[in-house]
Design a protein around this ligand. Sequence first.
Ligand code: XIL
Length: 365
Amino acid sequence: MADATSAGAGGGGVPDGDRNKLADRYKNYFPIGAAVDSQSYMTHAALLKTHFNSVTAENEMKFESLQRTEGNFTYDAADRIVSFAVASNMKIRGHALVWHSQNPSWLFSNGAGGTVSKEALLARMNSHISNVVRHFEGKVYAWDVVNEAMMEDGTYRTGNLADGQRSRWYEILGESYIAEAFKLAHAADPDAKLFYNDFYNYLPAKQQGIYKMLKGLLDQGVPVHGVGLQAHLNIEPSTVSTNQAYYQRVANMEEAIKLYSSLGLEVQVTELDISLYIPGVTYNPSTFYTTATFTDELKAKQAARYGEFFELFRKYRSVISGVTFWGIADDNTWLSEFSSGRKDFPLLFDVDHDPKPAYDAVVDF
Ligand code: XIL
């Protein structure tokens, strides 16, 4: 692993010590986080401690990880990450309490081959949120309470979708599951900052839908404090006008930040990465990127894209209270975990944990 002091040249006016440490460089802006897993907080500890001051557990605080069987809460893996973060003086974001994905199968079942009743599901939601939020009280400062409840067209994610996409929470409880989840989380830890988290916030219809939903919640007095922009981005917008990523532009992301913050909500970038693949383009094993085909030109292009999004984030530092990457270095990213075998290189540090041109673009301002 390279010495962190070898990071980037240039960047007029950047104090050297600060350029070499990402979170220090952003100390007057917002905390810089990374998603970690049960291994990476150890294998990538040097990078984490040097450059980041916040962590999110990538999977270890999801419903299926914490309550695989009803009533048996398993906190060991999450607690190890939390202990590391506390010992390293890092903030901890909790992710995620209520989501349509990564749930244990018992959750929506009545145990007799049918669907759980509305009352029983509410009781399960109550038990899960109360237990989990109290367990991490004083350590987890912010929770993604509800994740991905909206569709691209700004309507709710319902139960009438393909498996893996549908929301059984909505199907069984209706849209009130969202307000309920926030109220329960607030009751469990009144000091925790509660977030609504979602992806494709640059889509005009989706950002309007999220805005309307949040406004409705706030009007009813539901305790929502912030919005998480996942920000799984691509190296360039799609050229296909029917593809969601056609709208993946800085100006559209800016609209989302303006809209949400106009409600008095904080904004956090919660799952940032920039994939080399362009949505709408067909790839096959011969065009999948490798460390050899991730050329200097592509690295520069990715760096420029990181640069323009961070310029936006800095501009909104008064409302942005955190920016978290979905991983630490390119040797450990969810984007390379798909069964296709397709590798991706979406983060600021390379497979050897050395800073990439993207790193320089983020710290040189
Ligand atoms: C992903 C993890 O990174 C993977 O390891 C896991 O297999 C699936 O979930 N949006 C979210 C995150 O809110 O929880 C997802 O994390 C990525 C997309």
